[in-house]
Design a protein around this ligand. Sequence first.
Ligand SMILES: [Zn+2]
Ligand SMILES: [Zn+2]
Ligand SMILES: [Zn+2]
Ligand SMILES: [Zn+2]
Ligand SMILES: [Zn+2]
Length: 333
Amino acid sequence: MSKPRRKRREPIPRPELRCACGYELRRYWPYCPDCGRRQVWRDEGQVTGAECYNCGWVVSDKFSYCPWCGADIYEEGYSSETPLKAPKGFKFHARCDWGCGGGLEYPMPFCPWCGKEQTWSDDQFEGTCPHCGRGVDDWMNWCPWCGKDATGQDLIPEALTRVRRLLAVSRIKPWGYRVLLRPGVSGVDPRWPKIVEIDQRYVVGKRTKDEIPWSTLVGLITHELGHSFLFHNWRWTRTERFRRVFGEVDKAYRGVDDTWVDFQRRRISSVPVNHVTAYAATHPQEDFAETFRFYVTRRGRMRELLAELGQKRKAPVVYEKFLALHDYIRGRR
Ligand SMILES: [Zn+2]
Ligand SMILES: [Zn+2]
Ligand SMILES: [Zn+2]
Ligand SMILES: [Zn+2]
Ligand SMILES: [Zn+2]
């Protein structure tokens, strides 16, 4: 059977929606999420015939305020004396938050009619920027709204450097994981195994760096990386050896939020005997994540780990968990 013949459709060129770096942008994003460049949305193609004197962005003669920077651009004889819904060149998406009656196009931060600040819900995004609280997607390096690090990694450089070093000395090669500081929960969604979300409450809103609990953060991040590592190596969970020591990882589990677990504990606890910590006993997936955390924070040094387990009188199965992980990591290299 031959392939159906189709007319080749040329892609529609939209050069004005690309950043200088080549990245495709959404109209009126102040920053490129890929390279962080500041954008100026001019009156390309002379649609309105007007640009703001202050910021250079496209405006309408009818406006009284620049909807992008908030500058007063009222001009007698041009500006509309009554608020309009959508003058030429602009779309109507919502009315002004303050009830002046004027219309706005997403994502204008200011009302072009009364000049007041507006809020938009960015519900089409996957997450929230830890710097400005507006919508960002997981892949974005830079926030398209405030231009800062959209991952929030810039807020926890010490913790991330420490975790990276611990993984390296434990001989665990990076598997493409991506740490994101986000509001609300800490966890890894099995549908996006490389995305490791860390609750930003540890960091955002803290006045000084001393207020940030670094050791808790390092513990939390390595625990979450354990989940990500396991999802990434899921086939291993099907092996006889894995099942024997960690059990059935598919067992019903309503994805726990790890935020409130005490990851500051740096010592192995003596109870329960069959798990490295009490939290590890809640589910095989948590068991693995906790085993991973201790393995990595002990730099993969098995002799030290096994001595510590001996002191705490752990059951042989706990030794076997660490040995299974150790052998798996060595076998992967
Ligand atoms: Zn760019
Ligand atoms: Zn302006
Ligand atoms: Zn208004
Ligand atoms: Zn932002
Ligand atoms: Zn967990």
